[in-house]
Write a protein that binds this ligand. Structure first.
Ligand SMILES: [Zn+2]
Length: 669
């Protein structure tokens, strides 16, 4: 059995007696365990969480901070000095008003439910689907306004595939044990929701089987996650007239009118074949089944804001069956997550972000983080110059794109003003619908305006970072916290932590998707043919490397599905290490960018620390099928296998299990 050196010991030793550490066999055989082994052994996953680890713990800490702040506030307080804060606090209060939620029952959904019940013919479907989309309910189509992929000076409405109950389109055709269990759980959930909504039990059971077949048709026409990685595939501008010809049987003009668009406007249809199938199904699936399907989509989407029975049913499927959770989070935490959304893009997320930054992000911290981004960009520029596989003209375009890269850090310069949105403190489900509708209309109004380059699509309290569509990168204050980043902390640890994340986000603009966008963020070719060939060949090798990893028995990483993330991890770590040399030279007032071994080690230990993660098996299974990211352990060992600087820092001899053989290491950026 391998001995595990506790992280704290290894880290403290590295800080205290840098040159005294001998090559450690465990560091060279399994660096993830070398750094995180002791932590992993004792890390407990709370019954209401899918994982424990650096990201997840910081998310929890930020949420606790917000909860402490929210506990001191109530709607109407004078301290709520912005519209965002006022609305978020009122919405939060409505989510905690259990009595009002039970009393209301389905009342807030009644108008929409009545419209669904009034559906009598296929001709009514387009207007009804549009009506649901505008209230934030998708399925089978989703609709929303975003940047136009090919012209980032404007916004465009995009229509996409949606509306499946199982986590992945391929699940409908799968018959392994876990997927069978998921299907059973989904059917039970379907029956439960329909019965709660007033359907009798026998009828609901029959409907569940019919709905599965209905969804299987949608799944069969859906694109795979891998196919959707190609931005050209999901960019298909269409007018209603073109859609009528291409996807007959559905009044597309009525649908687009229902979505609030003027006649003749061009929309993006992300998956034309899916649109075609929906149009067909409008005509050949029974109208009663359509009603049941739409009622189910509405109840499923709304469930977390409905009475307790709905919340419990939603948890039993979406959290317990899909992710393996044992019990729900506290009500307060659930409401925080509801306001935030998964990526901080929900309508009122910014209100929570304002409460968060007031105390969690100083101007000094911001200045140091900005300096780090400058260093990482400089390091990346130097690496582009030295690439041996890229032609000089393409290098010039790559550097122009890097120079044009915009930075959003901490929090936005301007906050949303939420004109016209009213949020009472005792109507949770109604508030959800109102906020969704307000948000949709707000975005819709953008179509006629120039693009606002300063706008954020996440919130400052979120623990994540983003590569945005405007050739920009965003680092919310929520992730600019220890252990990713310490405004007064060790430079090496900062560059191995948030520095690697900064590198990762920058490289996203140069990964298999991102490289297809130019310096203005437009989907437009700028690569030489030979450069594309050389890039693809390297990317294919990286995909093959990750596809060999099997985090669960028989369950491999999908190297194509995770390719963009793996390219960004590898390139990001390389540029962050170079950036550390730049930073240390500046601190020492020297021109020498060589990094001493102790600092290198602290850099890599910090990198492995941010990825320490203990995950429920069911959640891991779900991630392997539906996620774009490799599991945390492979983000460390898969990346470091290709990094020469790692072998050097830990004195790992050739042939060490951590290392790809020298001739086989993959370098893209
Ligand atoms: Zn990423």
């Amino acid at each position: 059995m391998l001995s595990m050196r506790p992280l704290v010991v290894a880290f403290a030793a590295a800080l205290a007696a840098p040159t005294a550490i001998a090559a450690d066999p465990l560091a060279c055989s399994d660096f993830y365990s070398y750094v995180n082994g002791a932590w992993l052994k004792q890390a407990q996953i709370a019954p209401d969480r899918t994982r424990a680890g650096t990201f997840s713990d910081l998310r929890e800490a930020n949420a606790q901070r917000l909860l402490a702040t929210l506990a001191t506030l109530k709607p109407g307080d004078a301290a709520l000095d912005t519209p965002g804060k006022k609305l978020a606090v009122a919405y939060y209060a409505s989510g905690l008003d259990a009595a009002a939620i039970e009393r209301a029952g389905l009342a807030p959904l009644r108008p929409l439910l009545a419209e669904i019940e009034a559906l009598q013919s296929p001709a009514q479907l387009p207007a009804l689907l549009a009506r649901l989309n505008r209230a934030g309910i998708s399925g089978p189509l989703s609709a929303g306004v975003g940047l136009d992929a090919a012209d980032k000076r404007r916004y465009r409405l995009s229509i996409g595939q949606s509306g499946l109950g199982l986590p992945d389109r391929d699940d409908y055709g799968r018959d392994d044990e876990r997927t069978r269990l998921l299907k059973v759980a989904l059917d039970a959930y379907t029956v439960k929701l329909l019965v709660l909504g007033g359907t009798d039990t026998d009828e609901a059971a029959k409907a569940a089987a019919a709905l599965r077949a209905f969804e299987a048709r949608l799944a069969g026409a859906s694109l795979t996650r891998v196919a959707m990685r190609d931005p050209k595939v999901v960019y298909n501008p269409r007018t209603a007239q073109q859609l009528d010809a291409e996807a007959p049987g559905f009044d597309w003009a009525a649908y687009l009118r229902g979505l609030g668009l003027a006649d003749g406007v061009t929309v993006n249809v992300a998956q034309p074949a899916f649109a075609r199938e929906v149009a067909k199904m409008a005509g050949d699936e029974p109208i009663a089944l359509w009603r049941t399907y739409l009622r189910l989509r509405l109840l499923d989407a709304a469930a977390p804001r409905l009475p307790r029975a709905y919340v419990e049913a939603h948890f039993a499927y979406n959290s317990a069956a899909v992710l393996g959770l044992e019990k729900p989070q506290s009500r307060q935490r659930q409401v925080i997550d509801d306001i935030s959304g998964r990526t901080g893009a929900s309508p009122l997320a910014e209100g929570l972000g304002q409460l968060f930054v007031a105390e969690a992000f100083s101007p000094q911290a911001k200045a140091r983080a900005v300096q780090m981004v400058t260093d990482v960009k400089a390091a990346f520029r130097a690496r582009i110059e030295q690439l041996d596989w890229m032609s000089a003209p393409t290098k010039r375009r790559a550097m122009a794109k890097l120079d044009a890269l915009a930075l959003k850090i901490g929090y936005p310069d301007r906050w949303r003003t939420y004109e016209g949105l009213v949020i009472p403190s005792d109507d949770y489900a109604g508030n959800w619908l109102r906020a969704n509708a307000w948000f949709y209309d707000d975005r819709l109004a953008d179509i006629d305006k120039p693009v606002d380059r300063g706008r954020w699509f996440t919130s400052p309290h979120i623990v994540n970072a983003f590569a945005g569509g405007l050739n920009d990168i965003s680092f919310p204050a929520g992730i600019l916290q220890p252990p990713f980043f310490d405004g007064n902390g060790d430079t090496a640890a900062n560059y191995g932590g948030i520095g690697a994340v900064i590198g990762h986000e920058i490289i996203h603009h140069f990964d298999d998707r991102g490289r297809q966008f130019d310096e203005n963020g437009n989907l437009a070719p700028w690569w030489g043919d030979d450069d594309v060939q050389a890039y693809r060949q390297r990317a294919a090798r990286l995909a093959a490397q990750y596809s060999r990893y099997a985090p669960l028995p028989g369950q491999h990483i999908n190297g194509q599905q995770t390719l963009g993330e793996n390219i960004s991890d590898l390139g990001g770590l390389n540029v962050a290490l170079d950036a550390l040399g730049i930073a240390l030279a500046r601190e020492a007032g020297s021109a020498d960018r060589a990094v001493d071994q102790s600092a290198e080690r602290r850099f890599f230990v910090s990198y492995a620390t941010i990825w320490r993660d203990n995950m429920r098996e069911q959640a891991l299974f779900n991630q392997l099928r539906t996620g774009n990211h490799s599991p945390a352990r492979y983000r460390v060992i898969g990346t470091l296998a290709n990094v020469d600087g790692f072998a050097k820092a830990f004195g790992c001899p050739a042939g060490s299990p951590m290392l790809a053989p020298p001739g086989e290491r993959i370098a893209i950026w």
